[in-house]
Design a protein around this ligand. Structure first.
Ligand code: CP
Length: 315
């Protein structure tokens, strides 16, 4: 594997999920694979889980890690070609990516959507520019439109906890005071399409995800109807896609609560974290034994580890 930008970079998704679950049982089984190799991790946005789990994954494989927060530690980057750099941007991506490629063997990048310009966000300029100008493999640690490491971990979590032949999985929009990106909603949708599962996406009117991604998946505008008989409930906020970046609903009608979870088939509750308690989901949903949020975060290590291992093994 030469890069990991979306789940489509995995040659066999199902097998990769199984391999990641095996790695979880034997995390140091491949501790020499990354000997004398360095993972560079560049963050244009904050992180807790992605940063620590990917670092841990690299260390489990014997790699060293170098981390930089571009938002406040590095020179501001210019991404335009042929521009006269007389403004605030001090370094061009051409040099930055080439230089980082001298120090590292694999590069991992986090760069969120701006949520102000849909067309520009969908071009994924930061991630794509590093891919263009770096000479080493690149891993997506959440880009404008995708978060594949998160949903690979989510696939592991679903496989580990599923008790039925074909689970009903509900991805439900939930409230949030800030406008959040669509990356997790997009990638979770794409991931569940690869499973033997029934996916329902529930959202208030105006919060439909990109129809090119949802395709023929059944959309539900009544959250309680959607939750009925669900085996897994995945809560996530995203801002409006059609009225790009806007927050259209500010009340708590769609918060996940204990009475709503009682409509399900004793469903497991999932969220990628960080989560705002008593806004996205109530305390008792998060504190319940059916909440898998900590296990999802744990699986982030092994999702990152299987991806790094595949890239390292491909030389
Ligand atoms: N779920 C996730 O990506 O968490 P962080 O933003 O803390 O990395």
């Amino acid at each position: 594997m030469k890069q990991f930008l979306t789940l489509n970079d995995l040659s066999n998704f199902e097998q990769t999920v199984s391999e990641a679950i095996k790695l979880k049982k034997h995390p140091y089984a491949f501790e020499k694979v990354g000997y004398q190799k360095t993972l560079g991790m560049l963050f244009f946005n904050p992180s807790l889980r992605t940063r620590l789990s990917t670092q841990k994954a690299a260390h489990n494989l014997g790699m060293k890690t170098m981390i930089m927060n571009f938002a406040n530690e590095s020179w501001a980057l210019e991404f335009e070609d042929g521009t006269k750099m007389s403004g605030l941007r001090s370094e061009h991506i051409k040099e930055a990516a080439a230089v980082v490629s001298q120090y590292c063997d694999i590069l991992a990048i986090r760069a969120f959507a701006s949520l102000t310009n849909k067309e520009k966000d969908e071009q994924e300029i930061v991630l794509k520019s590093f891919i263009k100008y770096a000479s080493i493999p690149v891993i997506n640690m959440e880009s404008a439109i995708a978060h594949p490491l998160q949903v690979l971990a989510d696939a592991m979590t679903i496989k580990e906890h599923n008790k039925v032949k074909r689970p009903k999985i509900v991805l439900t929009w939930a409230p949030h005071p800030k406008a959040l990106p669509h990356a997790v909603g997009n990638s979770f949708t794409r991931m569940v399409k690869k499973l033997d599962a029934d996916l329902v996406i529930a959202q208030p009117k105006g919060y439909e995800l990109n129809s090119k991604i949802t395709g023929d998946i059944s959309l539900e505008y009544n959250q309680e109807l959607a939750l009925k008989d669900a085996d897994f409930v995945y809560a996530k906020n995203w801002c409006s896609y059609n009225e790009y970046g806007k927050i259209l609903k500010t009340d708590n009608e769609w918060m996940l609560t204990e009475p709503k979870m009682k409509l399900t088939n004793n469903a497991k509750f999932m969220h990628c974290l960080p989560i705002r308690r008593n806004i996205v989901a109530s305390d008792n949903v998060l504190n319940s034994k059916n909440s898998l949020v900590i296990e999802q975060a744990n699986n982030r290590t092994y999702a990152a580890q299987i991806v790094l291992k595949k890239i390292l093994e491909d030389g």
